[in-house]
Design a protein around this ligand. Structure first.
Ligand SMILES: CC(C)(COP(=O)(O)OP(=O)(O)OC[C@H]1O[C@@H](n2cnc3c(N)ncnc32)[C@H](O)[C@@H]1OP(=O)(O)O)[C@@H](O)C(=O)NCCC(=O)NCCS
Length: 190
């Protein structure tokens, strides 16, 4: 059944950071929310790969009325060794907002929280891929300062192309090779 989009949010949402003690309660809901928009669902191991190591970079939006999960962002942060010297690179792996709740700035709030958490941990850049036809995602990331670094032709299993987007958090070394920035393939394993 199609979800009806809410003209206005009925109440203020609650934003919380994921922690391991919440796994039993929230992991099934995170999977359900993200799987809705994927042509091919990720296995449980993909979620655990991110949440076990970088649960502190996962934020959730809850409707306080019934504690339902209406939005989530999942990220990682690690040295990117193909840069010389290595850079500390954040990666936004998954972002989803429940259809009825879209268009109210929930994803923007989640992305901002993740950016702040990665900045606090000295991230030098944040990258992600998004489908070129995903207008809401492209709009929100470009509004937050992400730049298109590369077009990835036929990147997704459905044959669609993607853009790699990058948010630079530290001043760029003028001598750095631009070809060496944010150009590797996705680290995401299906
Ligand atoms: C992308 C997604 C997370 C955005 O969530 P959201 O909470 O609606 O996002 P926000 O309200 O913060 O911002 C969305 C932006 O897209 C715009 N937008 C929304 N729907 C749009 C549409 N159909 N066409 C054009 N722009 C649209 C909004 O106006 C807003 O931009 P603005 O603030 O500059 O006006 C949500 O649509 C979603 O879950 N999609 C499916 C999963 C997905 O694509 N994830 C991203 C993978 S990288």
């Amino acid at each position: 059944m199609a979800e009806t989009r809410l003209a206005e949010l009925p109440r203020e949402l609650k934003y919380i950071r994921y922690e391991h003690s919440l796994e039993a309660e929230y992991l099934p809901r995170i999977r359900a929310l993200i799987s809705k928009d994927l042509s091919e669902p990720y296995s449980i191991y993909v979620y655990r790969y991110f949440l076990y190591q970088w649960g502190h970079l996962c934020y959730m939006a809850l409707d306080p009325e019934d504690s339902s999960l209406v939005g989530v962002i999942i990220c990682k942060l690690e040295p990117h060794i193909s840069h010389s010297p290595p850079t500390l690179r954040g990666y936004i792996a998954m972002l989803a907002v429940s259809a009825a709740y879209r268009g109210h700035g929930i994803a923007t709030a989640l992305v901002k929280m993740a950016i702040e958490a990665m900045k606090e941990r000295n991230a030098e850049e944040i990258v992600l891929e998004t489908e070129e036809t995903n207008v809401p995602a492209m709009r929100l990331y470009e509004r937050l300062g992400f730049l298109r670094s590369k077009k990835l032709h036929r990147y997704y299993l459905n044959g669609n192309s993607a853009y790699r987007l990058v948010l630079l958090l530290k001043p760029v070394d003028p001598d750095a090779d631009p070809e060496n920035m944010a150009l590797d393939d996705s680290d995401l394993i299906r």
